[in-house]
Design a protein around this ligand. Sequence first.
Ligand code: MTE
Length: 309
Amino acid sequence: MLIRRPADILPSEITDPAHYRSRRQFMTQASALTLAAALPASVTHAAAGSLGPLAASPLSTTEPPTSRRAVTSYNNFYELGTDKADPAENTFRLKPAPWQLRVEGLVNKPRTFGIDDLLKLAPLEERIYRMRCVEGWSMVIPWAGFPLAALLRQVEPQGSARYVEFVSHYDRATMTRGVLDWPYVEGLRLDEAQHPLTLLAVGLFGEALPVQNGAPIRLVVPWKYGFKGAKSIVAIRLVEKQPLTAWMKAGPSEYGFYANVNPEVDHPRWSQATERRIGEFAKRKTLPFNGYANQVASLYGGMDLRRYF
Ligand code: MTE
């Protein structure tokens, strides 16, 4: 995000499907299969990569999803390269299985979870969310996942825990060096983390998460800019002080801790008043809290959202 200037999304920016289809299908299926192998029988499906029946969520938007091709080929995942097409081309740099997620810090029951443990915490739901990137584009993505709150209940946050820090996998030997101070770190206030909209996603379009979208598990917070959604998470820490995120370290005047979608507060380089939904030509008006104000505005009562951007 520091590197690329905003550009209208031209079809030519998205790799020609014929160019990568066979390779991507293989990589997607490979990661889907490894996750499927870890799934309990109840959610394993005969079809490769399918997550099986997913509970429909009343929290889903009825807007039509963006094409799977765009969702899985136009990505920000800087550890796998800084161009939008890089992550899908570099999936071999991240092995999503076996995987462990440590949940630690100010909790009564710190624990390391495997993917199979995580999938037992709550039924997987399909959540179709509007997603808004700070660079000015947006998508509608049918995630599969479970509320982060279900995981937090398991570890029992202590009274002194006020924030939650998320740490992505990083391997200096195989991943991008420079650009950010790795690993990628993000954070939420504890009440934001416990909000029913806040999701830990393990899939999209009914299948296991492709590597480029953050396999095997990533954060999704639909009322915030996309950069809050840390990918390929290896640690979640309950802490007392506001975490210093990777983007705040890189550009404190550009990237705030809250990062709530707000058409009235521009990023220094990008207006946030409008957005381009991938697949559409006309720009749309960006909605406060990305259209989730009814559910989340009360979290920020009395706060100056220009100051806490
Ligand atoms: N997580 C990690 N670890 N590394 C990243 O570079 N990019 C963020 C976020 N999570 C990023 C990340 C940004 S800027 C966005 S917009 C979203 O992931 C993009 O998610 P998507 O590619 O699945 O649409």
